[in-house]
Design a protein around this ligand. Structure first.
Ligand code: DAH
Length: 361
């Protein structure tokens, strides 16, 4: 009888050696160790044996069972190990390959310059304020003391636009005798219309803001002029604000931006929205005033148009000019950066040539 058990064990182990995967292993377990499996059947024989033969048979059967169970566990573990190894080789990562470095974005030279400007003015207590790129004729000109047909409008060559039914902006004809100027839209020609927006929003609080943004001019593109460029507008409104405050702020800005030794000079000028108006120059950052090709041998570089906010503009912003006064200025962004880095062509700024842009990373 025990020989039969021994044969069962031998066949089972031989079968087990041929088992190659988890389903086959499970089938093997059911076949030999299951409730109706071969070993269970062999156990049933026990009851048919003479009483004296039973203990020996029972013992032998239990040994077979233990041996098969141990073999089962061992095989199961071996199969799992094989499966894991197969998985690892299939999805293998070659850790000796040199890594691919991701392309890093960098800040555009204009962004860097703008951020320097923000920092300097923030330290002087100026907040940054955003105003729209598409403006009404009224904000861009009218409220800045240039009603339709005012000759000073010629200082800004303008992209006229209108809105189609869907609200999209499209090119439009400049105002003529039949079109009422102030209903038209423009791509702002300067950041100054933002002055009116800030004043109308802040009245009657004192104001100290800068308004950075893109400006658009209907101009020939050349090495010296683009039809899109940045300006940073400045505006301070309050009681007893004076020209000396303006000059002090511009002076401080010039020194932080272009070097502690910079000198500032102001010249009388004309803008419709300031009275009096000035233009501010710094001594040339390359030759310090001695004269060189960059400053065209004048020793000076222009950095801003500025002035005391015109009473009409203050009133248009809601501030009574008999109570309040203010100063305003408009700084270029690309031109000064061109001077600082000796960039000879403004078209490089927005030409998307990475060889140029990477130099300022
Ligand atoms: N908006 C002027 C321009 O684009 C620059 C300017 C001049 C701005 C004088 C000002 C200012 O705020 O006071 O030419």
């Amino acid at each position: 009888m025990q020989e039969e058990l021994a044969r069962l064990q031998a066949t089972a182990l031989a079968d087990l050696a041929a088992v190659a995967d988890a389903p086959a292993l499970e089938a093997w377990r059911v076949k030999y160790l299951g409730r109706k499996g071969a070993l269970a059947n062999a156990m049933k024989v026990l009851a048919t044996l003479p009483r004296e033969a039973r203990p020996a048979y029972g013992q032998a059967a239990n040994q077979v069972k233990a041996a098969l169970e141990a073999a089962f566990l061992e095989r199961q573990e071996a199969l799992q190990r094989l499966a894991l190894e197969a998985e690892l080789t299939a999805g293998a990562v070659d850790v000796t390959l040199p890594g691919r470095s991701p392309a890093l974005g960098r800040l555009h030279i204009t962004t860097q310059t703008l951020r320097q400007i923000y920092t300097i003015f923030a330290e002087m207590g100026f907040q940054v304020y955003d105003a729209p790129d598409v403006e009404t004729d009224e904000y861009n000109f009218g409220l800045l003391n240039m009603p339709p047909y005012h000759p000073a409008r010629d200082m800004w060559d303008t992209f006229w636009v209108s809105q189609d039914g869907g609200g999209q902006v499209e090119a439009a004809q400049p105002p003529g005798p039949t079109t009422e100027g102030s209903s038209l839209l423009v791509m702002r020609t300067h950041t100054s219309p933002g002055q009116i927006r800030v004043m109308r929003e802040r009245y009657p609080e004192p104001i100290r803001v800068i308004l950075p943004g893109k400006c658009y001019r209907y101009e020939q593109i050349t090495a010296r002029s683009e039809h899109q460029f940045y300006q940073v507008e400045g505006l301070a409104v309050g009681r007893r604000i004076r020209m000396s405050d303006l000059i002090g702020v511009l002076q401080e800005f010039a020194r932080r931006m272009y070097g502690a030794k910079r000198r500032l000079r102001v010249r009388g000028s004309y803008f419709p929205f300031t009275e009096p108006s000035i233009e501010a120059d710094i001594d040339c950052i390359l030759c310090a005033g001695a004269g060189c090709p960059v400053c065209k041998h004048t020793g000076w570089l222009e950095i801003a148009g500025a002035g005391m906010v015109h009473p009409v503009v203050l009133r248009n912003g809601g501030y009574d000019p008999d109570v309040y006064s203010g100063f305003a200025f408009g700084l270029g962004v690309e031109r000064p950066a061109m001077l600082k880095y000796r960039i000879g062509d403004i078209r490089l700024f927005y030409g998307n040539d990475l060889r140029f842009l990477r130099q300022f990373a």
